[in-house]
Design a binder for this molecule. Structure first.
Ligand SMILES: *[C@@H]1O[C@H](CO)[C@@H](O)[C@H](O)[C@H]1NC(C)=O
Ligand SMILES: *[C@@H]1O[C@H](CO)[C@@H](O)[C@H](O)[C@H]1NC(C)=O
Ligand SMILES: *[C@@H]1O[C@H](CO)[C@@H](O)[C@H](O)[C@H]1NC(C)=O
Ligand SMILES: *[C@@H]1O[C@H](CO)[C@@H](O)[C@H](O)[C@H]1NC(C)=O
Ligand SMILES: *[C@@H]1O[C@H](CO)[C@@H](O)[C@H](O)[C@H]1NC(C)=O
Length: 946
């Protein structure tokens, strides 16, 4: 690994020097631009050191990795920087005003970094600028008025930043701008009515800002407007301009949660309207009865104050996927004609949500076709569902976005056991191994509600835009995000041979990065999140350079042309940069700040084939368990080490980007009471986590008697102490702190020396964030994947998970250690049962009889601690640090097993105990021959142990 890294670095330096020589031989980058680049560089923080060598002040092509910049045909005899593309490079710092000196720049691309500060007004000096791409950073301050004086700007994307202040009126001059994306900022004030003069505007995305005032009626004059998405702003007290019903080209209008009043205008005159979302306003009056465009896929008028009846004209809409009129004041009957004659032309599913209205009957009772979901819950007609035979429609509410699932796990049919090659299942050449390129991609404002029926259409659209064969594209995964937007992870396979060649790679990348793929009417604007070249591309490209270690050979490769050199440099540069980053991102969330490295220190990246080999192709005999996220296998790696492989079920974990981020974090956690992560696999739609194997299984196994012998008290206490220390480490040493959220006896594993190790920490953070239209979910999932019986009761009240939630769950584990019971058995809850026994003075009646003799005062103290951990109120529970301290105290007065005359001592060899324990195990103990069963006499336990 290290050798090849070194080689790659050398190869890169060599190649770039060659490139440089070739360029400099002809022309020199303009000195003022060299100076400007130096300043621009100095303002950026580059943790991954990709820009390091650039400080020397040479022309950009030599120093800027990932940037294709000089234009060889400039008039003043100098090279000028034409493109600055630093996409997804983990940069922070700020943007220097010197950007304005790059006077012939056409593409300025800093997407998906963490750059802060404000946008320099000097960018307004770059008259040649076509693409201004600053989305996905942490830019703040207001939008400089000067940006409005960029006559060539076709695309301005500053979305997903922290921009505040108003929209400058000067933007009305952007008369070439087609794409105006400013969503997810804090822009305030009125939308300047002057913007309705923008002649080229196609996509206007300003959702999720703090805009106020009114919606400019003049927008109906925009001759080319296709998409207007302004949801989650505050136009309270104003109405939807009636003129919006006359936008001739409009495909999508989204005005969700805007505080709008008044009635719904007549949109029937918009010939190709596909998506209309007016939900979450205060619209009243009746629903217009004129029939909407036949192209409509999505109509959402829910959560308003609409009254009157549901028009019959919602029937016969062939592409309809969702009609939601929920939570209004609609009356009358449900027109069954909507689904009666529904022709689900694309096998689509149709959601009809009429819940939460005042509907009193149904015109005809006709059972809907498969794939039509009807919701009537919350209407008077559901008070007596049997009467009308509509019970099935009166259940829980529908309306959730259909969630994306990943597809077709590739079979292994004899690909070389080599990184990066896969079988393209769609390739007509069956079992043909090829190396794909991955692209992180997102539809920013799709015109559909459900992607599944449009999947094939999407594949056609995408491959046609790239002039690829349709089978060259696999949608590795897709996921709906809030917006709703659709994140995807695309995999492109070479058309000929098993790898893409250099110019194909360039073609593919620039097609995405420069929006050469035309936008589609149905799928709307897209964004480019990342471009991932994995092995074998790294090595393949550098093998070429290896053979060319002499100038002559290199010249042969470059064919002596600038174009050749340019392409070569470009590829080298791209690859160097890209190989450091990977992932998207099937589930990329609003903010894509964390970037992924392919190699994470301390953990190994495994290929799917290595995993398959280790587990005998995931054979049943290798399976050792099933967890909340999927199956667990015992595997033997090529080097002979034994591991536990958790293979996530499809959809149980987040997309690759989050996966890598979390793994990176987990890889930094090391504690003797935590199960260590050895590596991971993220390939072929598969996510796997590879852990050290714990030969003695779970604590639950031993309490349930699956282990040969029941553990002694001393051993149980040691397990309790180990687990508490592991969790304390997660709470205090991890950055950010990790709350386990799913502590239970099956997540406490025992190594060969019976040292307790906590498993599955951090996994809850990987769980997908629930799709909840309209609500912006936080960065970290707060879905409780916890297990009944272990869940903090206060969580149900507050919906907040704290460190004390883990204390509760661990308290339950302590009670299990003491009693051997399950947390819930025969409807009885362990906490309540033990409390009852304790309060009635019969504490010892519940102690696990399999434990053998035990020191009663230690048991008493341990029990008291366990019950304190399980207090209902968070504040009454001890902190994890106190738990550890108290267990230490109990441990200090607990006799070693060999002091207690018990069979357990024989079973658990003393040397094991002490060898693996760093604690001073006091032997001060005195009364040893009290056994649990002695205390039992006369007591009728009201709990069946287990
Ligand atoms: C260089 O820039 C000019 C003007 O912007 C442009 O017409 C020309 O195509 C560019 N040349 C190259 C090789 O990109
Ligand atoms: C855009 O603005 C420029 C200058 O303001 C003007 O010359 C040009 O004709 C305008 N283009 C369109 C399409 O309106
Ligand atoms: C609208 O529907 C017609 C007829 O099916 C189709 O030709 C046209 O492409 C559709 N337009 C859009 C934007 O989907
Ligand atoms: C549904 O189909 C029936 C029979 O084909 C027809 O009589 C009825 O008018 C249709 N309803 C609508 C709303 O198209
Ligand atoms: C229901 O819709 C799904 C996709 O949305 C499709 O795969 C399935 O074939 C449809 N079923 C029917 C009976 O139309």
């Amino acid at each position: 690994m290290i050798d090849s890294e070194l080689f790659i670095v050398r190869a890169f330096i060599f190649l770039t020097v060659c490139c440089f020589t070739l360029f400099v031989g002809a022309q020199v980058t303009h000195p003022s631009e060299v100076g400007a680049l130096k300043v621009i560089r100095s303002r950026l923080t580059d943790p991954k050191k990709n820009l390091d060598s650039w400080n020397e002040g040479d022309p950009c092509v030599k120093k800027w990795k990932g940037v294709l910049c000089p234009n060889t045909t400039s008039s003043d005899g100098y090279l000028h920087v034409r493109e600055l593309q630093l996409l997804n490079m983990n940069l922070s710092g700020s943007l220097a005003p010197e950007l304005g000196k790059l006077s012939q720049l056409q593409i300025l691309d800093f997407m998906w970094n963490q750059i802060g500060g404000s946008i320099p007004k000097e960018i307004g000096d770059i008259k040649t600028l076509r693409l201004l791409l600053l989305n996905g950073n942490q830019l703040s301050g207001s939008l400089p008025e000067e940006l409005g004086y960029l006559p060539n700007l076709t695309r301005i994307q500053i979305d997903e930043n922290q921009i505040s202040g108003p929209l400058p009126m000067s933007f009305a001059n952007l008369n070439k701008t087609k794409h105006f994306h400013m969503n997810n900022n804090s822009i305030s004030g009125q939308i300047p009515p002057e913007l309705s003069r923008l002649p080229s505007l196609l996509h206007f995305l300003l959702d999720n800002n703090n805009l106020s005032g009114y919606l400019p009626p003049g927008f109906s004059q925009l001759p080319n407007l296709l998409i207007m998405q302004v949801d989650n702003n505050n136009f309270s007290g104003t109405t939807i301009p009636a003129t919006y019903g006359s936008m001739k080209k409009l495909l999508k209008l989204s005005l969700r949660n805007c505080g709008l009043l008044g009635t719904i205008p007549d949109f029937s005159g918009i010939p190709e309207l596909g998506y209309l979302d007016l939900s979450g306003n205060q619209l009243d009056g009746p629903i217009p009865t004129k029939k909407l465009s036949l192209n409509i896929t999505t109509i959402d008028f829910s959560n308003n104050k609409l009254n009157g009846s549901i028009p019959e004209t919602f029937s016969g809409l062939p592409f309809l996927q969702k009609l939601s009129l929920a939570n209004n004041s609609l009356t009358g009957s449900v027109p069954s004609a909507i689904w009666e004659n529904a022709t689900l032309t694309r096998n689509q599913s149709l959601i009809l949500d009429f819940g939460g209205n005042s509907l009193t009957n149904i015109s005809r009772v006709v059972s809907p076709p498969a794939n039509v979901t009807i919701v009537l819950q919350g209407n008077p007609l559901c008070l007596n569902p049997n009467q009308q035979n509509i019970t099935q429609f009166c259940g829980a509410s529908a309306g959730e976005q259909p969630s994306g699932t990943s597809v077709n796990a590739t079979t292994i049919c004899g690909c070389p056991v080599q990184d990066g090659y896969e079988i393209n299942t769609k390739d007509p050449r069956q079992c043909y191994c090829a190396a794909p390129i991955r692209v992180g991609y997102r539809l920013k404002s799709p015109g559909i509600w459900d992607f599944v029926p449009y999947r094939e259409a999407f594949e056609k659209y995408m491959t046609a835009g790239l002039t690829f064969e349709i089978h060259q594209l696999t949608i590795e995964s897709f996921v709906w995000e809030e917006g709703p937007r659709l994140g995807m992870y695309l995999k492109f396979f070479p058309g000929n041979g098993s790898m893409f060649n250099s110019s194909e790679i360039l073609h593919l990348r620039s097609a995405f990065a420069e929006w050469l793929i035309p936008d589609s009417d149905i799928f709307g604007p897209y964004e480019f999140l990342n471009f991932t070249l994995r092995e074998p591309y790294d090595d393949g490209i550098f093998t070429t350079s290896k053979s060319g270690t002499s100038k002559g050979a290199l010249a042969g490769i470059i064919i002596g042309t600038f174009a050749g050199a340019f392409i070569l440099c470009a590829i080298v540069s791209i690859i160097i940069v890209r190989r450091r980053y990977t992932g998207l991102n099937a589930a990329s969330r609003k903010r894509q700040t964390s970037r992924i490295r392919m190699k994470i220190d301390g953990v190994k990246s495994f290929t799917f084939s290595e995993m398959a080999l280790a587990t005998n192709t995931f054979s049943d005999s290798s399976q050792v368990g099933v967890g909340g996220y999927g199956k667990v296998y015992k595997g033997i790696l090529a080097n002979g080490s034994v591991v536990a492989i958790k293979r996530a079920e499809e959809g149980s974990l987040q997309g690759s980007k989050e996966f890598f981020t979390e793994i990176e974090m987990l890889s930094r956690l090391h504690h003797r009471n935590l199960v260590s992560l050895v590596g991971y696999c993220d390939e072929q739609d598969e996510q796997m986590l590879v852990y050290e194997f714990m030969p003695n299984g779970t604590l639950r196994d031993h309490l349930s008697g699956k282990g040969k012998d029941a553990p002694s008290f001393s051993m149980r206490l040691r397990i309790a102490l180990g687990s508490a220390r592991g969790i304390l480490y997660l709470h205090t040493e991890a950055d950010p702190p990790i709350f386990h959220r799913d502590i239970k006896a099956t997540n406490i594993l025992l190594d060969s020396k019976f040292v307790a190790k906590v498993a599955d920490f951090g996994l809850s953070r990987l769980a997908p964030v629930p799709e909840n239209s309209g609500v912006v979910p936080g960065h970290v999932s707060t879905v409780v994947k916890g297990t009944p019986g272990y869940l903090d009761p206060e969580y149900f009240l507050t919906h907040k998970l704290t460190d004390k939630s883990d204390v509760y769950s661990l308290g339950v584990v302590f009670l299990e250690l003491l009693t051997g019971m399950h947390p819930i058995s025969h409807g009885k809850n362990i906490v309540r049962e033990v409390n009852v026994a304790n309060q009635s003075g019969m504490m010892f009646s519940v102690i696990d009889k399999r434990m053998g003799p035990y020191p009663p005062e230690c048991v008493e103290k341990f029990m008291a601690l366990a019950l304190r951990c399980c207090e209902d109120e968070t504040d009454s529970r001890p902190s994890m640090a106190e738990v550890v301290r108290e267990l230490d105290n109990i441990w200090a007065i607990t006799p070693a097993d060999d002091v207690v005359p018990t069979a357990a001592a024989k079973r658990t060899p003393r040397q094991t105990t002490s060898a693996s324990s760093s604690l001073v195990h006091s032997t001060l103990y005195t009364s040893t021959d009290v056994s649990g069963s002695d205390l039992l006499s006369g007591v009728v336990p009201n709990i069946a142990p287990r």
